[in-house]
Design a protein around this ligand. Structure first.
Ligand code: PNS
Length: 175
């Protein structure tokens, strides 16, 4: 069988346990997996690209065949740049299908030799999205179990001024 490099493109704002589940699954079937964060100037993200990259690097450090990168422009051009033969995307529910199908077929039109491979995350993550995690965290809801612990801490630090103050005090030995 051919050894294939795949890219896993996305916004990852923030990375969730669903993303991590997919990265692990992808790492088992591809020779190399590049987690590619879109640098999208149009959006106003919660976490900067640098912050997201740092989190994903920490979270994937134990996978020997996974690396993290950022890109802008077309996904197909980035895939060509890193010599990837496949794009990995997750499909959670039927509602994802239409958008993902459109993207996969447009990418195929742009670069016919690039395959999109869909994988399903574990069912406990089938309702999970970065957008919902941001919303629940912003409104003070419990996001434990939905995102890795370092992401939970960084979300709290970003959204809860009291938590930020407390962490600073602990660091300074004043708590
Ligand atoms: O995590 P997301 O926001 O669902 O990821 C969407 C992403 C980054 C995969 C998609 O927006 C994308 O590929 N953007 C790059 C620009 C591009 O290639 N557009 C044409 C896609 S058919």
């Amino acid at each position: 069988m051919r050894k294939v490099t795949a890219i896993y493109p996305g916004s990852f704002d923030p990375p969730t346990n669903g993303h991590l589940d997919l990265i692990e699954r992808g790492s088992h079937i591809f020779e190399e997996l590049v987690v590619a964060i879109l640098r999208n100037a149009d959006k106003t993200p919660l976490f900067s690209v640098g912050e997201r990259r740092k989190m994903l690097e920490e979270l994937t450090a134990h996978f020997k065949n996974v690396r993290v990168d950022t890109f802008d422009g077309l996904t197909v051009d980035y895939a060509a740049k890193v010599k990837a033969g496949a794009v990995l995307r997750g499909i959670r529910a039927l509602s994802d299908y239409e958008y993902e199908l459109q993207m996969a077929l447009m990418n195929r039109k742009l670069r016919p030799d690039l395959e999109t491979v869909f994988m399903m995350p574990a069912e406990q993550y089938s309702y999970l999205s970065s957008r919902l995690v941001r919303e629940v965290a912003r409104l003070g809801g419990d996001i434990s179990g939905l995102v890795p612990e370092i992401v939970e801490q960084r979300l709290k630090a970003k959204l809860d001024p009291a938590y930020k103050l407390e962490t600073r005090k602990v660091k300074a030995g004043k708590a």
